[in-house]
Each structure stands twice: as structure tokens, then as C-alpha cells.
Design a protein around this ligand. Structure first.
Ligand code: FMN
Length: 300
């Protein structure tokens, strides 16, 4: 079977060392948001554990660079310096300091971008890869069409391109590669992994939901995110009553109470059908990827 060009995307309150280690053992790149491990001493333990288990494999951490939101920013930077994760994924904010630190030890920095303007800015700062967050992505999804976005970015950027947004099957991964991506970036497909920290009710909702159940709203933090309508209803929130929010307030990253009950997923929920181990999901993706690639070869 072929090697999958896949990064299992970092997911707030969901990703953990078990997911990262299983991803690495299965030959793909796993990741977790540093803020998932609290307090900071626990984060150091997670990093130590992953580093020991994945000596010869790639893995990644995610740091929120928006300093007003990430009160642990300096401490997170310190942990990156100490544990030297091979890849650091930055989201929200300026990745400059992270680049300096990670490049010093020979690591790579990939940055989340959802607009061409932001992609240009990150490219100029010197990131090693751009994660193009397209329409339908879980978490803070974008609005751009992946075909158009990837071509627009390729016009000025020759680094690694990582495509995200509802990539759900191995055939989708092959398609992303055909479009010019070096890696596919998948979150929602892994929400229901046995190893994931999502509570059972959340996993059940992801399995039962379709893309019609996903709402794109900035009502909660001022930053647009895709959330599951059934999770709003469960909390007594009428989706039609949500108001657009102009100010950015990402305090849920620190005070997680609200976010624990409002659940996010991308349009790819439609393809998620059962709880499975990381190993089984990745094996399934590998089979689908091979069949996708051979379909293209046959059509040649
Ligand atoms: C529940 C959930 C939480 C997420 N949390 C984060 C996060 O903490 N940091 C981040 O950079 N991206 C986060 N994301 C976005 C993912 O890293 C990734 O961009 C997205 O899941 C890709 O789209 P997909 O879900 O359609 O596969 C999250 C996504 C989900 C579904």
C-alpha cells in the first residue's frame, strides 16, 4: 500500500497523544493543540511521551499565536524550544517568533490561512508550508473554493501546500494531491476515532449528522466556525436567533466551559459513519487512496 500524504489535523479538546502516536505508527502525521494539555506540566508530559514513542516519525503540535487569546503563549513557546516537535502548526496570529525558534532546531512551520491575503503574508514571513483552510472545514472553516484557492496560492508560493476542508476519504486525498497539494489535512474524519477525547454523545452526533446539520457562524467568538446545529439545540439555543458578532473573543480557549458543549464539525460529517480505531481509519483511507490513484492511472 502507498504512503498516505496525510496530516491528522489538530482539534481543540479532541486530539491527544494516543491519536498522535497511532497516526505516526500508521505512517501519517498526527498533531495536537498544545492548549489541549492543561496545566502546562501535563503538556510537557504529553510531549515527552510522544517524542519517546515516535522517535523516527514526523508529528506536529499546534500553537495559537494570537497572544490576547492564548495566555500561555510564552510557556507554549518554551515547550516548543525544549521538546523540538518536528512540525509546528500555527493558527490565529503572527507566526514570526515561532518560525525563529523552530528553524533554529531544524523543524518546520506550517501556518493555517483562509484568505489569499493571509497566505501572502505568511509566505513572506517565511513559513515552510501553508495550510489552506477551505469552505466546509471543521473548526474555524474558510469560505474559499479549494480549486481556486490552491491555484491562487501556487502563483506566488513554492513551499509545501496542505489542503483542508471536508477531505473525508482516501480518494479525496488522491484528489487533493492531483490538485497540487503535498498533503491532505483532515480533522472531522478523526473526531470519532476510538482514541479521540470527544465525549460519546459528540461522537454519536457526528455519526448521525449530515452537512445540512452544519452551521457557519461567528456568533460565539467573532471568528467564523462550523458548528453542529443539534449541539446548539441540545443547549437550548435556537440557530435562527444567533447574532453576528463583530468583536473577537477567543476566551473559550482558556475558559473552555462554553466550547465543551457547542460542538464543531465540517461538512465531511456526512461521510463519518462509525467509531473506529485510528489504525482502522488510516488503513481504510490507504485502501481508498490506492483505488483512487489506480482509477486515475486506468483513465490515462
Ligand atoms: C472539533 C474541532 C476542533 C478544532 N480545533 C482546532 C484547533 O485547536 N487548532 C487548529 O489549528 N485547528 C482546529 N480545527 C481545525 C482543524 O485543524 C482542521 O483545519 C479542520 O478540521 C479540517 O477540516 P475538516 O474537519 O473538514 O477535515 C478544529 C477542527 C475541529 C473539527
Amino acid at each position: 500500500m502507498s504512503k498516505l500524504p496525510l496530516i491528522v489535523a489538530p482539534m481543540f479538546l479532541v486530539s491527544n497523544p494516543a491519536m498522535v502516536i497511532e497516526a505516526g505508527k500508521a505512517g501519517v502525521i498526527g498533531s495536537f493543540p498544545l492548549l489541549n494539555a492543561r496545566p502546562i506540566s501535563k503538556c510537557a508530559e504529553w510531549l515527552k511521551q510522544i517524542k519517546e514513542k515516535l522517535k523516527d516519525h514526523q508529528w506536529a503540535v499546534n500553537i495559537i499565536c494570537h497572544k490576547q487569546s492564548n495566555k500561555r503563549y510564552e510557556e507554549d513557546l518554551h515547550l516548543i524550544k525544549e521538546f523540538q516537535p518536528p512540525i509546528v502548526i500555527t493558527s490565529l496570529g503572527h507566526p514570526g517568533e515561532v518560525i525563529d525558534i523552530v528553524h533554529q532546531y531544524g523543524g518546520l512551520v506550517y501556518s493555517d490561512v483562509a484568505t489569499v491575503k493571509h497566505a501572502k503574508k505568511s509566505a513572506q514571513i517565511g513559513v515552510d508550508g501553508l495550510i489552506l483552510v477551505c469552505a466546509g472545514a471543521g473548526g474555524h472553516g474558510g469560505t474559499l473554493n479549494p480549486f481556486a484557492f490552491i491555484q491562487a496560492v501556487k502563483a506566488f508560493y513554492s513551499g509545501t501546500i496542505i489542503l483542508s476542508g471536508s477531505i473525508s476519504t482516501g480518494q479525496d486525498i488522491a484528489a487533493a494531491q492531483l490538485m497540487g497539494a503535498d498533503y491532505a489535512y483532515m480533522g472531522t474524519r478523526f473526531l470519532v476515532a476510538e482514541e479521540s477525547q470527544a465525549v460519546e454523545e459528540y461522537k454519536k452526533m457526528v455519526i448521525e449528522s449530515t452537512m445540512e446539520d452544519v452551521l457557519y457562524t461567528n456568533a460565539f467568538s467573532g471568528v467564523y466556525a462550523n458548528v453542529l446545529i443539534p449541539s446548539l439545540i441540545k443547549e437550548g439555543i435556537e440557530p435562527g436567533s444567533l447574532k453576528s458578532r463583530e468583536d473577537i473573543d477567543l476566551s473559550h480557549l482558556v475558559d473552555v466551559k462554553a466550547w465543551r458543549d457547542i460542538w464543531s464539525a465540517g461538512h465531511g460529517v456526512t461521510s463519518v459513519q462509525k467509531v473506529e480505531s485510528m489504525k482502522d481509519i488510516i488503513n481504510q483511507l490507504k485502501k481508498e487512496y490506492d483505488s483512487g490513484v489506480s482509477r486515475l492511472v486506468q483513465n490515462d
